[in-house]
Design a protein around this ligand. Structure first.
Ligand code: BES
Ligand code: MN
Ligand code: ZN
Length: 497
């Protein structure tokens, strides 16, 4: 979608649809300005427009150049949040999609929020709400989603433009992640996933190098190789790098993403319904890392950031790893496998111990790791956990803040040492499962054995993939994590100014 900014007056904006978000107070104030610009239809519709944003009112104006106008309430002006703006814009996007509007305008309201943040949130909501995954639809018509978006503002300075650009870049990066998750599993084997990562790197300006199976063996990534044993597709390990000259950190910030391209459970096979049937989403952590790297590079963020993506599918092939196998991990520790469906932690542990060789400032790891995280928090919030390094409380609260501002919400779970009891093995250093109780936490405690730097674990099993759409996400991959990480890194780069 092309996004531009215009200071032309709203009555002269020549678009198929003009989306006008308005606060409750403006509605109650009588909408005289809008009536003057667009004609008596505005007056007639006034009673239909709900101030809280629970509906969208479509009008065909008697005056002005816009073919249609869509009014959506934003609630009381003092309580308008970025999320309300995104949700309102997504309502506008739904109408635009239904009427096949090619060109859409958004009238930026003047609110208590900064103009650039308002523009960013509205563009994000609109672009995300316009996303449709049509790759496999043989009846898909090109141009069903809006092609051109014009941001209308009365503000002459560059603020709104900056915000609109930021919103577009971030939302497009989220769509990159959604596409990677939504694609058919047979089209995203580890090798094909790595190719897609290289393509995104070229397009957005970060470097990518891909390790093949031989190199993974040489490095001794025993966890990744063990999970891969039941598959006929070789594993890959992708290393993504964004290192601008003006980086404000010398030691990198590392993003690690779980890249299980399909999780059958392995020999500990999953049932199909409500379980294995959505497991093409098990590389959503990897997709979030790729999307975040795209956003970071396109925003030219002054930070040195590395992405690490271990990728394999998890299958019960002839040579599959079995319960009872003891695996020597990249770190040298040994793990007794007692459930082959706890594969995510096996491949992540290797990536996390490899991350150590960069002496990272901190590591953020995103993974669709446990059903237990979904049981604990539901499907719209990710669980975050961190190790007890200096500044851990602060890291968690900064991540929570990044979550609520970006719309990718997160909530912390504890990491008490008692949980380690559940991971004791009778034959090896650790076992790979800790039982049902506190399952999201014991998974994180397992990973903690492989980190020696500040680390935040984000379990995105709930919010990464939805069976039905809501808000600005359709059914399927949501792209969760891209906005969270981008926002978090923006905070860090501001702090280092
Ligand atoms: N990929 C799954 C976790 C998952 C569940 C992701 C639901 C998305 C939605 C993971 O590999 C898994 O199978 N975890 C097991 C762990 C158990 C065997 C200890 C689980 O959660 O049941
Ligand atoms: Mn699994
Ligand atoms: Zn998995």
């Amino acid at each position: 979608m092309k996004v531009s900014v215009s200071t032309i007056t709203i009555s002269e904006l020549d678009v198929d649809l003009l989306f006008i978000p308005i606060s409750k107070e403006v509605i109650e104030g009588g909408l005289e300005d809008l009536a003057e610009a667009f004609g008596p239809c505005v007056e007639k519709a006034r009673g239909d427009i709900r101030g809280d944003g629970s509906n969208a009112t479509v009008l065909y104006p008697e005056k002005g150049t816009a073919k249609r106008i869509v009014l959506v309430g934003l609630g009381e002006s003092g309580k308008i949040s970025f999320e309300k703006l995104r949700l309102a814009a997504a309502k506008g996007a739904t109408v635009a999609y239904d009427v096949k509007a090619e060109t859409v305008g958004i009238a930026i309201p003047s609110l208590d929020l900064d103009g650039d943040d308002t523009a960013q949130a509205l563009v994000e909501g609109f672009v995300l709400g316009s996303y449709r995954f049509t790759k496999y639809r043989t009846n898909a018509q090109p141009g069903e989603s809006a092609q051109r978006l014009v941001i209308q503002t009365t503000d002459q300075d560059k603020q709104v433009r900056r915000g609109a650009d930021r919103g577009r870049i971030i939302a497009e990066a989220v769509c990159t992640a959604r596409d990677l998750v939504n694609v058919s599993p047979d089209e995203k084997t580890p090798v094909l996933l790595s190719k897609a990562i290289e393509k995104t790197g070229k397009k957005s300006g970060f470097e990518v190098s891909v390790w093949d199976k031989a190199l993974i063996e040489e490095e001794g990534m025993g966890g990744l190789l063990a999970v891969n044993r039941g598959s006929i597709e070789p594993p890959t390990f992708s290393v993504l790098e964004w290192r601008p000259e003006n980086a404000r950190n010398s030691r990198p910030i590392i993003l690690v993403g779980k890249g299980v391209t399909f999780d059958t459970g392995g020999l500990s096979l999953k049932p199909t319904k409500g379980s294995m049937d959505s497991m093409k989403c098990d590389m959503a952590g990897a997709a979030a890392v790729v999307g975040a790297m795209e956003a970071i590079a396109k925003l030219e963020m002054p930070l040195y950031v590395i992405g690490l993506i271990p990728a394999t599918d998890n299958r019960p092939g002839e040579n599959a790893y079995v319960p009872g196998d003891v695996v020597k991990m990249h770190s040298g520790k040994t793990v007794e496998v007692l459930n082959t469906d706890a594969e995510g932690r096996m491949i992540l542990a290797d990536a996390l111990s490899y991350a150590s060789s960069f002496y990272p400032e901190q590591v953020i790891e995103l993974s669709t790791l446990t059903g237990a995280a979904v049981v604990a928090l539901g499907d719209f919030v990710a669980a975050i956990m961190t190790n007890a390094e200096e500044g851990s409380e602060e890291r968690l609260s900064e991540m929570v803040a990044a979550g609520s501002e970006s719309g990718d919400r997160v909530h912390p779970l504890p990491m008490f040492d008692e949980y380690n009891e559940q991971l004791k093995s009778t034959v090896a250093d650790l076992k790979n499962v800790g039982g049902r109780e506190g399952g999201a936490i014991t998974a994180a405690k397992f990973l903690e054995h492989f980190v020696d730097y500040p680390w935040i674990h984000v379990d995105i099993a709930g919010p990464a993939f939805w069976d039905s759409g809501k808000g600005y996400s359709q059914a399927g991959g949501t792209g969760f994590g891209v906005r969270l990480v981008t926002r978090y890194l923006q905070q860090i780069s501001e702090k280092k100014r």
